[in-house]
Each structure stands twice: as C-alpha cells, then as structure tokens.
Design a protein around this ligand. Sequence first.
Ligand code: ATP
Length: 247
Amino acid sequence: APSNILLNVNGIEVIYNHVILVLKGVSLQVPQGAIVAILGGNGAGKTTTLRAISNLLQGERGAVTKGSIELRGERIENLSPADLVHRGVVQVMEGRHCFAHLTIEENLLTGAYTRKSKAEIAANLEKVYTYFPRLKTRRGSQAAYTSGGEQQMCAIGRALMANPSMVLLDEPSMGLAPQIVEEVFNIVQDLNQKEKVTFLLAEQNTHMALRYAHYGYIMESGRIVMDGAAADLASNEDVKEFYLGVG
Ligand code: ATP
C-alpha cells in the first residue's frame, strides 16, 4: 500500500455467533488526513466494519475470521480497543453514548483516561471548546438534559480528548435535525482541515456524507459494491437513483 495509507482493511470477513456471515470480504483504505465515508442502507454492514477495525466485536459475539487490518502498515486485529486508543484510533459509537448523569465537561474528561499530563488535558479541553462552543456553554449541564445534537458533539469531543489521529464515527447524523447534522459535519470538516484528524465515518445519509467526505465506499449485504471520489459518486447515475433519491 502507498505510504500515505493510514488504515488498510484487506478482505475481512466477520461472523457473528459463530454462524452468521455478515462481512463477506470487505477491503477499504483510508489515506492519512482524509475524510472517508462508508455508505449504505440499514444492515449493510457499516457498523460491523467499524467495530471490526476498533476491535469492538467481541462484546457482540462477533469475530474477524479472514483478512487483515493494518494501521500504518502494522497488523492491528489482535489489539484491544484500549491499545488502539493508545495508537490514536478512537471510535464514536452510534447512538452517542454520553454518560447521562455526568455533566458535559465530566463526559469530555472521561475521554482523556489514557493521558497523564494535567496541563495537556486542560489544553485539550480548551481546544475541544473552541471547536464546539455549544459544549462550552453547556459544560456544567448533565448530559441527560442536553439536546441530541449536543450529545453527539459531546461524544465526538470526548473522542478528541484522547488526542487521536483517526476517529471512527458511526452514523453521526442519526436522529438529528438537518440543520444540526450540518453543524456537526462542519465541525468534522474543520477538525480535519485544521487539526489534521483523519475520519472514517459510517452514514445512511448519503447526500450529507458525500458533501463532506473526500472518498466513499458503498456497502450492500456485507460487500463493497462501489467506491470512488465523493464528487464522482455524487454525480453517478446509479448512486443518484438508489442512494440519493433522485431519478
Ligand atoms: P445500521 O445503520 O442499521 O447500523 P449497518 O450497515 O451498520 O446498519 P450492521 O449493524 O453492521 O449494519 O449489521 C450488518 C448485519 O449484521 C445485519 O444483518 C445485522 O442484523 C447483523 N448483526 C449486527 N450485529 C449483530 C449481532 N450482534 N449478532 C448477530 N447479527 C448481527
């Protein structure tokens, strides 16, 4: 693989509960500094792909049974999620998963659990607040009493507290009003451009994802069925017909 490839997923198969073959040979590459989107409908295998990369399948009784996953050329299939955080890969799970009874700021600080320097943690917190001014305003509020958009921002902000080089973002638009989705994606783009954070995101909202991503992979039934530069996918007739809802 070329040297600018940060993540290389090569022909992975994933089986749940020893029997259900869900990923049937998925390959994808994420260049350093890119925003890459995995697109496709409900149940296509997007979440499973992200879980395979961040090694979160075990809790779901799933396993990678074939293929390989490399980060900067090194195999990572056998690393724990915590090892991956140390290597700069953090996942933001679907459905946000903020701690409801903690304040926004306490939630953000839980993301810094791998770090020791108090000064660095404080500086990182201020940085998160510059990207997410809404979180600064709401820093003292219990997450349970904040909006869906604020909770999604909190989940992304918490991931950033580990100072990652790559964030795996599962369905960031889920349940959010279009205007808030746009706000979240604008911040992702900002983080990508200014902080050089690489993003691999799973999205059913093809239209929005293709506006912000550089490259996209479309999944169906556990396989990649199409891939290309985001602009090419957005103007592709099949993509328009099947994923963008226009004839
Ligand atoms: P969604 O957007 O709904 O999350 P997805 O594209 O992310 O969809 P996955 O969640 O990866 O899809 O699911 C892919 C397939 O794997 C689906 O058929 C789903 O029913 C199945 N699946 C997911 N999790 C499990 C599990 N823990 N045990 C068994 N089957 C599972």
